[in-house]
Design a protein around this ligand. Sequence first.
Ligand SMILES: Nc1ncnc2c1ncn2[C@@H]1O[C@H](COP(=O)(O)OP(=O)(O)OP(=O)(O)O)[C@@H](O)[C@H]1O
Ligand SMILES: [Mg+2]
Length: 510
Amino acid sequence: MLARVWSASIVGIDAVKVGVEVDVSGGLPGTVILGLPDSAIQESKERVKATLKNAGFAFPMRKIVINLTPADLRKEGPSFDLPISVGILAASEQVGADLLGDYLFLGEVSLDGSLRAVAGVLPIAATAQKMGITSVVLPVDNAQEAAVVEGLSVYGCKCLSDVVDLLNNPGRHKPVEILYGLNSLHTHSLQSADLQDVKGQIHARRALEIAAAGGHNLIFVGPPGSGKTMLARRLSGILPPLSFAESLEVTRIHSVAGLLKNRGSLVRDRPFRSPHHSASGPSLVGGGTFPRPGEISLSHRGILFLDELTEFKRDVLEFLRQPLEDGYVTISRTKQSVMFPAQFTLVASTNPCPCGYYGDTIQQCTCSPRQREQYWAKLSGPLMDRIDLQVAVNRLKPEEITQQPTGETSQSVRQRVQQARDRATTRFQEESNLRCNAQMQSRHLQKWCKLDDASRALLEAAIRKLGLSARASDRILKVARTIADLAQEDELQANYVAEAIQYRTIDRMQ
Ligand SMILES: Nc1ncnc2c1ncn2[C@@H]1O[C@H](COP(=O)(O)OP(=O)(O)OP(=O)(O)O)[C@@H](O)[C@H]1O
Ligand SMILES: [Mg+2]
């Protein structure tokens, strides 16, 4: 007999519906799986066989042909265990097949019959709903993640016997209810540290506020122990909370990467990713035979923090150039090409020279000018050009170290950031692809960053003195726009432009 059940496979951060056809017929006992399965699916033959026996069902000792459609799509992962098991049970008439077409099945099975959570459930549930499937059956640990999708009945099952009972007695089972809905989204469940703990460093704190308000990339440059890492880690705490749409986007990516915490519903905090400097190119931008998102996509709508930037391999850093410009990355493979979103704010930190003390007030720098030149050469012009805020962080003065911190809390800074972002959002009403000032293009600058005579004279002098490129001068205008937004002003005044010019520390150093 032939049975067909629905499942799905992940492609990038989307899902494609997959039909699992199972035919049990006379002939020599044996099982084949057709339709470009990967090795995990091939292994599921043995897993399913043992599971069915252990869970008290019969594994038909006949010829079993399992066909995964569409045939030209490569399919991967253990999530096909459950649909294959259900298909075999239906084809051997051990479970009612009347309602099979209404359900989509997903999940790994253990040898004892229990179901184990799998990755990529949110995009699959969303696809199922779009394709008119009314119910999804999956491991109980994945149920909350799928329940985020409206208009879908989600059944979380502990073991294979539960699934069989659901199919035989649908009236007895109720779909799960979502535990963490929209209301819990805006509570800003921050585990991140607070700006209140930072002593002094007024200049760097201000730069963080500007970065948060305008989505500008930022680098802290300073001697060891000056607080660069400490400051950078506090940026996520002053960003506005994710909107529901943003939260869905982020959750999709984390779901595909199998990184959802507690397999719970939505990601509610802005991502903060800080890969180690030994990271490889693919781990940063994404890759693999079945492409998976890398760090830049995992930090979508949040922060990518590259601590000790100069320690990263140069060719790895070069990978960042295109996504920083475009906000996405495309990964091409022979069989498929996928696009991952990657709109993140880059925050980096580095010492000013190999010994770490160039420009320090107490310790003498021991590097030669040539060594310093080589050190900065590694960070290539094109990458530094994309960093709007270059901020020198000096070591604290002795009296600052010994005093109690007196700065504002992250919460109060966040309110100003939100107000500045609201102004930008109003301005960008007719430009649906713009979310923050950092994303403005030349034509937007002409419209919203008009200079008066005093500001123009100031900018011209800076371009001449610091030898700034046209791109660097555009970046100054964007930062000045954010500073004006923080001051709730429409016009760019000369003092805003002056402050923006200050954030070209590295141009000034070279
Ligand atoms: N402004 C500050 N306020 C309070 N504590 C600080 C400050 N700056 C540094 N510290 C303390 O010093 C520690 C080291 O700071 P941090 O790791 O941020 O330095 P760093 O600049 O990143 O150094 P490195 O270049 O070695 O990475 C912090 O964990 C914190 O305890
Ligand atoms: Mg550090």
